[in-house]
Design a protein around this ligand. Structure first.
Ligand code: PLP
Length: 380
């Protein structure tokens, strides 16, 4: 194509993605009602009707997070924006932050602390294991000046779930605020922000909420907001500075901050309505139910889970790639011949594990059969 040409030399066809069964680490399949909601007409982000929908979104998210926190809303941006917003607002230069790392996303938290000018104290845990609460207790005893504890509730890179209630309690006993990553857990396994006493919790739209990627639900306790308001230095990110975002999402005023991704918000509204109609407990038990069926099938195929049973996430099943089998060849055949997408291993687990997700609307019986049938054929 000529670099300065204003018309393409050949007609470019409309893009039609192939049908896929999304059984990886997210995004997950969309419910037809969410698809329909996304395709509605655009209206202005300050239109009173839109503003009414925003209030409903906050109410629905409070239910999903099990919190009464007034400051609960979806940020415009993927889960990484949720993560970064929590760190850039809560961590001030010089703050000591204890970060628990048992996979890729704990590692990103450390990066966020350092980029925010904080000092990270790392509690290391073996990948595939939940964080040992005693290690957090020991770290906080050794660092009584720590201000914040951060951990990933559901580590998507391994499929391990940590005991968020206990980790938040230990943090509180040592006078620390908590930053909790609930990206993969929200809607799939219990996330109980108020019961845990979590201070800043973020998630993402494309996993167990089954919406399109690009929105990050967040919720902040009063103590977290107080810490942000008491900052001596400006938040270094203009876009993520909570005190500014609140001009748009806050309770009392609605002024322009950025142009909200309206259609994605319609989709999230419908996805959250579906969750409320099903009921959180029912959604959690649906994920568990299909996980058990998948687990039985995967084990029958001779595949081994990398996470001990008690800490396994139902929505993220990481199994070892059998000796002598090529990871990529199998995943490619699953996608090309069976339209099934599963996830690869990340970091040190690259090439060594497959991650089979059953998230949100993807957690259905027919998908368990699709995954097992396809794997059986490809592996035989
Ligand atoms: N945290 C966890 C635990 C995740 O699994 C992910 C994405 O997979 C993220 C954060 C980042 O989310 P996103 O990819 O939407 O930016």
């Amino acid at each position: 194509m000529n670099a300065i040409s204003t018309v393409p030399e050949r007609a470019i066809d409309a893009f039609h993605p192939p049908r896929r069964i999304l059984l990886g680490p997210g995004p997950s399949d969309l419910h037809p009602r969410v698809m329909a909601a996304l395709g509605q007409g655009v209206i202005g982000y300050l239109d009173p009707v839109f503003v009414g929908m925003m209030e409903e979104l906050k109410t629905l998210l409070r239910y999903a997070f099990q919190t009464a926190n007034p400051l609960t809303f979806p940020l415009s941006g993927p889960g990484s924006v949720g993560m970064e917003t929590c760190f850039v607002n809560l961590v001030e230069p010089g703050d000591k932050v204890v970060v628990c790392r048992n996979g890729v996303f704990g590692g990103r938290m450390i990066e966020n602390v350092e980029r925010s000018g904080g000092r990270a104290v790392i509690v290391e845990e073996e990948w595939g294991r939940p964080i040992d609460p005693q290690k957090l207790e020991d770290a906080l005893r050794a660092h009584p000046d720590a201000r914040i504890v951060a951990f990933v509730h559901a580590e998507t890179s391994t499929g391990a779930q940590s005991d968020a209630a206990t980790l938040c309690r230990i943090a509180r006993e040592h006078g620390c605020l908590t930053i909790v990553d609930a990206v993969t857990s929200l809607g799939g396994t219990p996330v109980k922000v108020d019961e845990w006493g979590a201070d800043a919790t973020y998630s993402a739209s494309q996993k167990c909420l089954s919406c399109t990627p690009g929105l990050a639900p967040v919720t902040f306790s009063t103590a977290a907001i107080d810490k942000v308001r008491a900052r001596k230095t400006k938040v270094q990110s203009w876009f993520m500075d909570l005190t500014l975002v609140l001009d748009y999402w806050g309770a009392t005023q609605r002024t322009y901050h950025h142009t909200a991704p309206g259609n994605s918000l319609y989709g999230l509204h419908e996805a959250l309505r579906l969750l409320a109609e099903e009921g959180l407990e029912n959604a959690w038990s649906r994920h568990r139910h299909h996980h058990h069926a998948l687990k039985a099938g995967l084990e029958a195929l001779g595949l081994e889970f990398i996470v001990p049973e008690a800490a396994r996430l139902p929505q993220m099943n990481a199994v070892r790639v059998p000796a002598g089998v090529d990871d990529l060849t199998v995943r490619r055949a699953l996608l090309q011949d069976h339209a099934v997408e599963i996830g690869a291993g990340l970091g040190p687990l690259a090439g060594k594990v497959w991650r089979v997700g059953l998230m949100g609307y993807s957690a259905r019986e027919e998908n368990v059969f699709a995954a097992l049938g396809a794997l059986e054929q490809v592996l035989s």
